[in-house]
Design a protein around this ligand. Structure first.
Ligand SMILES: [Zn+2]
Length: 208
């Protein structure tokens, strides 16, 4: 995802957790097409992003009007255009990859589950059940009762990012948010975890 004015990066959002949108509208701009304007409780600033297969979106924090958001979008058309073009290339690469090199589901599933079990034993985590799914929005999640979901597309990622995602969800069995405590635990396990998180977000285009 390319994003602009994300002054306080919202890690949850970049990982693909759902963002609550109470209100949304789309506008059509001559040179860039449809732009989604969406209310977000989490956004701290007007935050513009270009997302794989979804196009441009601006997150509007509480207290800023949609009219202001629209003005902001109109002032950023060059930025949007540039990043839509970049994203189109990445999307095309991802499409070609998924068509020419489909995932072998059974072995992918086995690899991810083996790695989950290895890492949870190595670091003393306990989870309830594991589900391997094909999702378009997130790499993994951990439910309230510690069921772990992993995205089968993880198999296309470098091993250290697979491990990062698995450890991220395992740490969520103990810490259910992205607080400093969460990142401290991650850093102890895997080093500079926020750096890995940023690397992971660059692969978001593989969520197809
Ligand atoms: Zn998380």
């Amino acid at each position: 995802m390319f994003s602009r004015r994300l002054k306080k990066p919202d890690i949850a959002e970049r990982l693909g957790d759902d963002v609550v949108g109470e209100q949304a509208k789309t506008i059509e701009l001559k040179s860039v097409g449809t732009v989604l304007i969406e209310r977000s409780r989490r956004a701290k600033h007007l935050s513009l992003s270009v997302r794989p297969f979804k196009g441009a979106r601006v997150a509007v924090p509480v207290g800023i009007s949609f009219a202001n958001a629209e003005m902001f979008v109109r002032s950023k058309t060059d930025w949007i255009k540039k990043h839509l073009n970049k994203m189109a290339i990445l999307e095309q690469e991802a499409r070609v990859l998924s068509e020419n090199k489909p995932i072998h589901r059974a072995s992918a599933k086995k690899h991810l589950i083996d790695r989950l079990n290895y890492l949870s034993q190595a670091h003393g985590f306990e989870y309830n059940r594991v589900f391997i799914k094909s999702q378009k929005t997130r790499w993994g999640s951990c439910s309230g009762n510690n069921n772990i979901n992993l995205n089968i597309n993880l198999i296309r990622l470098p091993e250290e990012l697979i491990d990062y995602t698995i450890l991220h969800e395992l740490v969520h069995t103990r810490v259910k948010n992205h607080s400093q405590r969460f990142w401290d635990q991650m850093d102890k396990l895997i080093g500079d975890s926020k750096k890995l998180d940023r690397r992971l977000s660059a692969y978001r285009v593989y969520l197809i």
